[in-house]
Design a binder for this molecule. Sequence first.
Ligand SMILES: CN1CCN(c2ccccc2CNc2ccc(C(N)=O)cn2)CC1
Length: 241
Amino acid sequence: MKINILTLFPDMFSGFLNESIIKRALEKELIKINVINIRDFTFDKHKQVDDTPFGGGGGMVLKPEPLFRVLEKFKKSKIIYTSPQGKTLTQNLVKDLSKEKEITIIAGHYEGIDERVIEELVDLEISIGDYVLTGGELPAMIITDAISRLIPGVLGNTASYENDSFYNGLLDYPHYTRPAEYNGLKVPEVLLSGHHKNIEIWRKKESIKRTYIRRPDLLEKKLENKEFSKLEIKLLDEIKK
Ligand SMILES: CN1CCN(c2ccccc2CNc2ccc(C(N)=O)cn2)CC1
């Protein structure tokens, strides 16, 4: 999987690329991430990447020329634009994107990019949620992180994505670690029992309970898609009683 990120602020990505799972995935060459400065594709004296909007109003818009030039190099990849106008990112969309050989993410800035770039070259506009950010760089990192976790080998065998919440359409169960009692607060007995089957069932029930209480919409979706196992149905009935 190769991910190209087009941005005016490449330095924003150094921490993201040099830590944790992404750093290891890059070292193991399981993914390749290429951060490109859009400004390197301007050839005028002032290296102009943005200009005032036609029709007036405040702010600046990213000019089409530098973007058409840089995207020419990546036209064989799936071209994504991160903006509030995009399709909301979900784990299913991440799963689809993780199957691509190469994707190029345009991180918008200012008031956005010239619409002709979107019409002619963008394959998919993605929003990471209904809130306003300064730029598309953080969304680009979020999309890159979420996709990278699904690339085989990126997550060690310990943290496999099968148990990730959202992978099975449910919220995560509660997690505990030592000490078994802290400030009089105890860890649920079943987790100390070493009884793996009971622990598995307790965790599954907690996931369903939490999803039922906090995100019933996710349960509805799982029911609609008939993605419930017999055990999950049984546990859901117990919870509803
Ligand atoms: C005041 N507006 C200026 C223009 N801007 C904008 C417009 C177009 C592209 C990028 C941006 C950068 N901002 C983003 C980006 C993504 C998201 C998301 N939800 O994925 C939220 N914000 C939106 C904010």
